[in-house]
Design a protein around this ligand. Structure first.
Ligand SMILES: [Zn+2]
Length: 733
């Protein structure tokens, strides 16, 4: 701790110790937050969520001491909602039964301000007590059968209606009181969207009817028009609530913001948010560790270079919700590392000011200390990825799959896993933001069963290809409109080179793809690494398509080649005497390839990505990796030799560039928790430096070494001797 930090810390803790009756004024804000755009300043966040009996029992000095040791520069602290941790004067705003004449929220705010931290107040509006229900029965959420909704986890509480006057009037008042009294930089609302199921209260009924002319739907089937209207209305209503709370908060303090825990949808986050937090606290069940990096990519796709923090907890996040538990350090480290590598800032959250298990404290301190020491290499200006995968929220929301057993999400998961295993640095792009300034930084756009796309979105993708962009597309891409209604043909059929023949085949058992060669025995590059394979397994679903035979474009990179892959239709898998192909060869292509000027287009009419996620067959991985490499039609910005599964990302900062290598190689990769770290290395890494950039210095941040490097033909070569969880090659330029 530097002298300055120690002095500030002593002031802060001294303040906290004597401030149980402290009443800060709205103008008592630290210098660090005087800037109206404070959002980008904090690099490390902490969240302390108090429980009702914390006041008088927990030690604010302990937490402020810990925040200082973490070099945390922003805190989110429990203020109000279900329980008020300050002497609120808003009627029906329940003061903690342990509050007495204390003000633990105020004491913590004061302590954090003395540490020059930004402070955001946490509220949770999703539940209320009997007195609220008695005074305002219409503030309570109503179940489909018309009964008020009890809280599922605490039967003493009622679930509040998120879209009615409880939030629009009561919580608005609470927010404004908190900002006015404490001058906080924002209000963060947990569980601010409808909880426990859709609400059928009088307000929701009336507001939905006024907006749409419809009665509230009683189905969750996205194919139901009433349901689709409801989903859109709920997004619109939450957006209205966001704007309403934000206006109230800014009315009190112009630089403060409302920050939702989870935007209504990502497009709205792009439009409204100056800062966002991704609440994905830990793995559960079958979750690969790259899932946290994926969440970071989803937010960055809409936030650009605006700050995004990744909320992580230290406990198990399984459905049984052991909120006071502590996970092993390798698990926590990997989860945070993958978020950091993908551009999120760390935010540790802990419930309960009184700790039962303190094992996590030094673990998080080590993570934050590393982050603090290397902060200048973590202030990313832009990603250097050249490949983007489309994030289609509307397909998630409105497309239930093309057949029983088909799920859009599984196509995306399979493609994501393949891109990670292929060590391709990539970003996500959002369907609502397909503008040239967002898209043209990428050479290749991947459409993993991007089924539900509007005509306008397809036109933007068509123009991207016309400008020289490449595509890899799979399965039902563009076969449905933005509301999930099936079209007679692919909207992108002219780009993909195919028409839909009207049939979905599958689930197929025991079907294969034959690998074809031309008359000279040559195979297409997308079959690289499969030289000794005469055939590989097919997927499970395929769309019957016909070749559009367009003139003016070549359907394959070499017209003399037959299709690289052809279908071997399924044949019986039992009894064993019957297991022989009835048809050994067809001319039905398993992949369509096009070259249009500098653009290359690959289309798989079958579920290669979904099947890869399902069975993780290596042949499918090779095919996907080759398809990406061929369509990209330029060298990768980074190439790595050596064993291991790595998440690779590349960023540019003001005076440096970084290559993050996250070591996912672990027997517990697909289902945690990790118990042990398995180091990999040495790795030989080649980084392509665009535009004649000359490195001034090269560092390995975790190893804390300056390795030997060579520069040849614009490619920087460096050997990374070993990686345990996370290494960053930092190149000063
Ligand atoms: Zn309601």
């Amino acid at each position: 701790m530097s002298d300055l930090t120690r002095r500030e810390f002593l002031e802060a803790t001294a303040a906290a110790g004597t401030l149980t009756r402290f009443r800060p004024k709205a103008d008592a804000t630290a210098d660090a937050t005087a800037d109206a755009t404070w959002f980008d300043r904090p690099m490390r966040w902490v969240q302390l969520t108090l429980v009702e009996n914390d006041p008088g029992r927990f030690d604010p000095r302990f937490w402020l001491d810990y925040f200082a040791r973490l070099h945390a520069d922003a805190a989110t602290l429990s203020a109000g909602g279900i329980v008020a941790y300050y002497p609120t004067e808003v009627p029906l705003h329940h003061r903690s039964a342990w509050l007495g004449d204390g003000d633990p929220f105020g004491a913590l705010v004061q302590g954090c301000r003395a540490l020059k931290m930004n402070v955001v107040a946490r509220v949770d509006p999703h539940a209320a007590r009997d007195d609220v229900k008695q005074a305002h029965p219409d503030w309570i959420s109503v179940a489909p059968d018309g009964t008020p909704r009890r809280h599922w986890a605490n039967r003493d509480l009622w679930v509040t209606c998120a879209l009615g006057p409880y939030n629009f009037e009561f919580m608005d008042r609470v927010n404004r009181e908190i900002v006015a009294r404490y001058g906080v930089d924002g209000v963060f609302a947990n569980r601010w969207a409808p909880q426990g199921g859709d609400c059928y209260c009088v307000h929701c009924q009336e507001n939905f009817r006024r907006a749409t002319g419809l009665a509230l739907p009683h189905t969750v089937d996205p194919r139901d028009p009433g349901r689709r209207a409801f989903v859109q209305w709920r997004i619109a209503r939450l957006t209205e609530l966001w704007k309403h709370w934000d206006a109230g908060i800014r009315g009190v303090r112009a630089e403060a913001r409302f920050i939702p825990n989870g935007p209504p949808d990502m497009k709205t986050a792009a439009e409204l948010a100056d800062i966002q937090f991704a609440d994905f606290q830990a793995r559960r069940g079958l979750t690969p560790p790259w899932a946290n990096g994926r969440r970071a990519k989803e937010f960055r796709a809409v936030m650009g270079r605006k700050p995004v923090a990744g909320i992580f907890s230290v406990g198990l996040e399984e459905p049984y919700r052991w909120k006071d538990s502590v996970q092993a350090e390798p698990e926590i480290r990997l989860w945070v590392a993958d978020a950091t590598a993908n551009g999120m800032r760390p935010w540790v959250t802990k419930f309960s000011g009184v700790l039962y298990d303190k094992r996590w404290l030094p673990m998080v301190e080590r993570i934050y200390d590393w982050h603090y020491r290397h902060e200048r290499y973590l202030r990313n200006e832009r990603s250097l990825a050249r490949v983007a995968l489309l994030h289609s929220e509307q397909t998630d929301q409105f497309h239930p799959g093309i057949a029983e057993g088909d799920r859009h999400g599984d196509h995306v998961l399979g493609m994501y896993q393949a891109l990670v295993e292929a060590r391709v640095p990539f970003d996500l792009v959002h369907e609502a933001l397909l503008t040239p300034d967002r898209l043209d930084q990428y050479k290749l756009l991947v459409l993993a069963d991007a089924a539900a796309l509007s005509t306008a979105q397809c036109e933007k993708i068509r123009q991207y290809v016309a400008r020289g962009g490449s595509l890899v597309a799979t399965f039902a891409t563009s076969l449905f409109d933005e509301e999930g209604v099936r079209r007679s043909d692919f909207a992108l059929g002219d780009v993909l080179g195919v028409s839909f023949a009207g049939r979905v085949e599958g689930p197929m058992h025991n079907s294969y793809l034959k690998l074809e060669s031309d008359a000279n025995g040559r195979r297409h590059p997308i079959l690289a690494g499969l030289e000794d394979a005469p055939r590989i397994i097919n997927g499970v679903f395929r769309l019957a398509v016909s070749d559009r035979g367009q003139t003016g474009v070549r359907l394959q990179s070499d017209p003399s080649l037959t299709p690289p892959l052809t279908l071997i239709p399924q044949y019986p898998d039992l009894p064993m005497e019957d297991v022989y192909p009835r048809v050994t060869h067809t001319d039905t292509p398993g992949v369509y390839l096009r070259e249009i000027g500098p653009s290359r287009v690959v289309y798989f009419p079958w579920d290669i990505d979904r099947t890869f996620w399902d069975v993780l067959a290596e042949d499918h991985l090779k095919l996907l990796a080759n398809a990406v490499a061929w369509a990209r039609n330029e060298p990768s910005p980074v190439e790595i030799d050596g064993h291991g599964v790595l998440d690779v990302t590349m960023w540019r900062q003001r005076e440096s560039m970084t290559v993050h290598l996250v070591n996912l190689t672990n027997p517990m990769m697909m289902k945690g928790p990790l118990r042990e770290v398995f180091p990999i290395g040495p790795l030989t890494v080649r980084v392509r430096l665009a535009g004649g950039v000359k490195p001034r210095a090269v560092r390995l941040l975790t190893a804390a070494t300056e390795p030997q490097w060579i520069l040849s033909g614009g490619v920087l070569g460096v050997v990374v001797p070993s990686i345990d969880v996370h290494e960053v090659i930092a190149i000063d330029v």
